[in-house]
Design a protein around this ligand. Structure first.
Ligand code: BES
Ligand code: ZN
Length: 637
């Protein structure tokens, strides 16, 4: 009986997705193929969120309600539903939340049940709706298990006066601070009213529409985004404009320096628009977080989040902003359909980042950055299991974050460079542009990309198609032999000086004039494993590595000092591990420490103190490196 009833309504809507008996936005089936959500095909779909939340720093919890606006159900479309008859169900993802109650637009309760907790993906929150329900309101609060949130004590901020909070939704953590349909295939718009203690400022991945008479902060996000891009931060923040549509938020004592470092942002936006089409998110602002932020950057729409460790003073690390900005096309506009298509987000973004860098800073810098990225990938790949070395990983039985490595980023970007070489740059730019324009505000899979490329190849000479081995690039471990190579003169110069040093030249005699961060990193990486303590001391005297404020250089230097037992840097290492929470730095440092029994002991002693200061995204990784769950922590102080 169900099928004949459904067919006309579904045709009426102009979209048929298997058996989905509800209205869904065109081209966006429910969570098909997503292993990491409880949302299946038998549920209504959410189209808009109204958040009404209080950020309570005392209790370290977010408390309030989310009202979900739903797409209509077929029963509603076929005729008016009866007010009280039990109708369809709504399935949401929820993890680490306390659900206090669920009500309909009539203010009356609706039945709900929170399913068993899966440690990876949390619980299904299933709500039984009345037939004509178009909205449902969930009262809830977060808990210590809300892994998206990091609450910072005032001492963990730069100005040390006020606490700070930020959220990190990617990959599947939005459900730990909002009960919602947490799949990259499902997009929502949102409005938010956020209350917090008076001197603090609240920002979100949305338009800030001012404050109400009650002091609450109001936000409006008119573009539909996947849930992992909903983001919030609260703290003592100041703003400095960069251009009409761009600016920087940071703690007051940092905001001017941050604005100077990021002063090329508008040029980057213009370069990106020339390459990839109009910027569709109106504003592009950057929020500089405290140093415990677990990533380099996070592409929250309209408001990129970045680590303060990117502020080197010489703009040498701004490719990170080019990267997060590029996500405004690859990722935020065209989103990976599932976490197995993660390379569509990150590989495209690295490719686009490199194109922006080339346009704004010239080919020498772009070549240097590309060569380093490839070398880093090759080194990392030696340590990865075969399943992690492919662009389309099988994530069954795993967490999406287990796949995190340079593979989706750099191997993904190399694949696109290979395609660029085959099509020719001019043609490939059109292919790319049509990919973004044709799939804007939608989620796409690797198969969709392959189809797009094959369709585009039909306009080329037939022999070009034969040059691309899709299966090799997408499904086989390792780096295909046709991966493009770079040869950077800036790095070759460093090699010459490194060789001179290794052959005995004094550190002070090396020609290092004008070297940027990446060149110093290259120099440090190239030091032989057997370098003596005397020579390390000499380098430190000449170049001040231990004392440097440049975290990239410092991190690489500290790895060498751990390996060579250079004790003069011990204090600096502990200090760095206590202050900085960026996973990319902590991973190699704790890994290097863990190579010897004494190092491991030291690492654990530091970690016991530092761990409460890290975000869950970082501790998830470092716990594994230090086998923390097996280790009983005893505070020696
Ligand atoms: N989207 C990522 C960060 C991310 C990925 C967070 C997966 C959680 C899960 C962001 O765009 C990113 O790639 N950041 C990089 C910097 C970039 C320059 C390579 C990072 O944080 O290291
Ligand atoms: Zn990225």
């Amino acid at each position: 009986m169900r099928v004949p009833l459904l067919v006309p309504a579904v045709l009426l809507l102009g979209c048929f997705h298997g058996e989905v008996p509800f209205e869904v936005p065109p081209g966006a089936p429910h969570s098909e193929g997503d292993l990491f959500t409880h949302v299946g095909t038998g549920t209504r779909q959410v189209r808009h969120l109204n958040l009404d939340l209080t950020v309570d720093f005392q209790a370290r919890r977010i408390q309030g309600a989310v009202e979900l606006d739903l797409y209509s159900s077929v029963i509603q479309i076929l005729g008016p539903g009866s007010a009280r008859r039990r109708g369809s169900s709504l399935v949401l993802d929820s993890q680490g939340l306390v659900i206090e109650g669920v009500t309909g637009a009539d203010g009356e309760p609706r039945e709900w049940v929170l399913g068993p907790e899966d440690p990876r993906i949390g619980s299904a929150l299933t709500i039984t709706l009345y037939q004509n329900d178009m909205k449902v309101r969930i009262a809830y609060h977060t808990t210590e298990k809300s892994a998206a949130l990091q609450w910072l004590a005032p001492e963990q901020t730069r100005d040390r006066k006020h606490p700070f909070l930020f959220t990190q939704g990617e990959t599947i953590f939005a459900r730990t601070w909002i009960p919602l349909q947490d799949s990259p295939r499902i997009r929502v718009t949102y409005d938010a009213t956020i209350r917090t203690s008076p001197p603090l400022t609240v920002v979100m991945s949305a338009e800030q529409v001012g404050r109400g008479a009650d002091g609450a902060w109001r936000f409006h996000m008119p573009q539909a985004i996947p849930s992992y891009l909903i983001a919030l931060a609260a703290g003592d923040l100041a703003f400095e404009p960069i251009s009409e549509r761009s600016g920087v938020w940071a703690e007051p004592s940092l905001v001017k320096a941050a604005r100077d470092e990021l002063s090329d942002t508008e040029r980057m936006i213009q370069a990106a628009e020339a390459l990839f089409g109009p910027y569709r998110w109106e504003r592009y602002d950057v929020l500089v977080l405290p140093p415990s932020f677990p990533f380099g950057g996070m592409e929250n729409p309209r408001l990129t989040f970045v680590t303060p460790t990117m502020l080197a003073g010489d703009k040498s690390l701004v490719s990170l902003v080019a990267h997060e900005l590029a996500h405004s096309w690859s990722g935020n506009l065209v989103t990976n359909a599932t976490w197995s298509d993660f390379w569509l987000n990150e590989g495209f973004t690295v490719y686009c980042e490199q194109r922006i860098m080339e346009r704004v800073f010239g080919p020498d810098r772009a070549t240097m950055e590309r060569q380093l990225a490839r070398e880093h990938l090759e080194k990392e790949m030696r340590e990865l299991e075969p399943w992690q070395q492919v662009l389309q990983p099988d994530l069954r039985g795993r967490h999406p974050d287990d796949y995190f490595s340079d593979v989706p980023y750099v191997k993904g970007a190399l694949f696109l460079r290979r395609l660029e070489a085959i099509f020719g740059r001019e043609r490939f730019d059109q292919v790319l542009r049509r990919w973004f324009d044709g799939n804007a505000f939608a989620s796409r899979s690797t198969d969709d990309l392959v189809m797009h490329v094959k369709r585009e190849l039909q306009n080329e000479e037939p022999q070009k198609a034969a040059l691309i081995d899709f299966d090799l690039w997408l499904n086989k471990p390792g780096l295909p032999p046709d991966a493009p190579l770079d040869d950077s003169p800036a790095l070759a110069k460093v090699n010459t000086q490194r060789d001179r040093f290794v052959q005995g030249a004094a550190a002070s005699s090396l020609d290092t004039e004008g070297w940027v961060t990446q060149q110093w990193q290259r120099f440090i990486h190239g030091l032989p494993d057997t370098v003596s303590l005397e020579r390390l001391t000499e380098l430190d005297r000449a170049f001040g590595f231990t004392a440097t404020g440049n975290s990239e250089i410092l991190c690489d230097w500290l790895v060498v000092t751990i390996r060579r037992h250079y004790a003069a840097a011990d204090g600096r290492l502990s200090e760095f591990l206590m202050e900085v929470g960026r996973r990319k730095f902590l991973d190699p440092l704790y890994t290097e420490l863990a190579r010897t029994p004494q190092g491991l002991e030291r690492a654990r002693a530091i970690y016991a103190k530092a761990r409460p200061r890290y975000h869950a995204a970082t501790t998830a990784k470092i716990d594994k490196i230090l086998k923390w769950s097996y280790f009983r922590y005893v505070d020696l102080d």
